[in-house]
Design a protein around this ligand. Structure first.
Ligand SMILES: *Cc1c(COP(=O)(O)O)cnc(C)c1O
Length: 359
């Protein structure tokens, strides 16, 4: 036997890793660039201190207070028994694959899509099939319908706004998916709070479809990536199914305390979202005015191109202290929206790089 005795399909695979480099301007993993204020830090610290006093005991397995807080935050009539949470929406989605996927079953998405989905599918021993989007990254409903009819997936996974393109799904597409899919349809709204005005949330459709799951996270708009808290809203029977596969006491008392305290400061933590949205729109305009192709974005990042050698552009930016992401279809690059100062640094670096490297 080869050593270590790792599963055959995992042999030679590199672990997920956007490079974590120490550079002045980090615009590569779609974080919120604004750290919490002193008032939020103090309140979270108090909540953690209170939780610390109970750390000899296992935490509330059902995270009752947090569930209630998340339901209140989402609104749309969502109740606590329609909420499920875990350590980042990455864990939530792995649990979805564990509960609703598995050997002999298929999960489907439409490329370009989130690069982690096929990894959850692999880890949950679920067959993975990727359909495609239109050339402009909008949703191709005909392709989706025929792929679903052919593969009968028990899980359909779709980010909206999409990562890495920024494209949001119209209600008509979500409804059609929910009607066509024999299993659950997960609309991953990790970037939901950054939607442009007039772009709807899938939460509005929850009452209409018992197979619809809307996933959210506190990692992006909420400026809480370091706390690891992701969650979803769905019919209570779907949440109950996830309780079967979660590890015992998967959400630590500290995590629950931090997330609940942060929710009490939702207004402040989300206070920079409008600024980030405006900065995003400015970035799109700036790139287009300089002749770059830019995908429509409802998120806190922008996919732009196209470059015959995107790696050279990425490396040139890094050499100038600006880290972005080499991801998405060939020729494109993704930049997260940072502060106004960081975006100026990005723009200066990009102009300097493209003057050297041919577009
Ligand atoms: C960032 C991101 C998430 C969030 O992951 P967490 O585990 O909650 O930090 C989920 N889905 C997509 C598409 C993302 O880009």
């Amino acid at each position: 036997m080869s050593w270590p005795p790792i599963r055959e399909e995992l042999q030679g695979i590199e672990p997920y890793g956007a490079p974590q480099l120490d550079v002045p301007v980090c615009l590569n993993v779609n974080e919120n660039p604004y750290p919490p204020s002193a008032a939020v830090i103090a309140d979270v610290a108090t909540a953690v201190a209170e939780a610390t006093a109970t750390l000899n005991r296992y935490p509330d397995r059902e995270f009752t207070e947090l569930r209630k807080g998340l339901a209140d935050y989402l609104g749309h009539g969502v109740t606590a028994d329609q909420i499920w949470a875990a350590n980042g929406s990455n864990e939530v989605m792995l649990q979805i694959l564990q509960a609703f996927g598995g050997p002999g079953r298929t999960a489907v998405s439409f490329a370009p899509t989130y690069s982690m989905y096929p990894e959850y599918a692999r880890d949950a021993m679920t067959n993975w099939v990727a359909g495609r989007r239109h050339e402009d990254f909008s949703f191709d409903l005909d392709n989706a319908r025929s792929l679903i009819a052919e593969h009968q997936p028990t899980v359909v996974l779709l980010p909206s706004p999409n990562n890495p393109t920024g494209t949001a799904l119209p209600h008509a597409a979500i409804s059609a998916l929910c009607e066509a899919a024999p299993g659950v349809v997960v609309i991953d709204e990790a970037y939901g709070e950054f939607r442009r005005n007039g772009t709807p949330s899938a939460l509005e459709l929850l009452p209409a479809y018992r197979n619809l799951i809307v996933s959210r996270t506190m990692s992006k708009a909420f400026a809480l990536a370091g706390a690891r808290l992701g969650y979803l809203a769905a019919a209570p029977e779907l949440c109950d199914a996830l309780r079967v596969v979660r590890l015992p006491y998967h959400l630590s008392a500290v995590t629950q305390a931090v997330a609940s305290a942060a929710l009490r400061h939702a207004d402040e933590l989300l206070g920079k979202v409008d600024e980030i949205r405006a900065e995003r729109d400015r970035t799109v305009d700036w790139l287009r005015a300089r002749g770059f192709e830019v995908a429509e974005s409802d998120a806190n990042f922008v996919l732009f191109g196209r470059f015959p050698d995107r790696h050279a552009i990425w490396q040139g930016l890094l050499d100038r202290g600006v880290l972005i992401r080499e991801t998405g279809p060939d020729g494109w690059l993704r930049v997260s929206i940072g502060t106004a100062t960081e975006m100026v640094a990005f723009q200066d670096a990009l102009l300097s790089v493209t003057a050297e490297v041919t577009r």
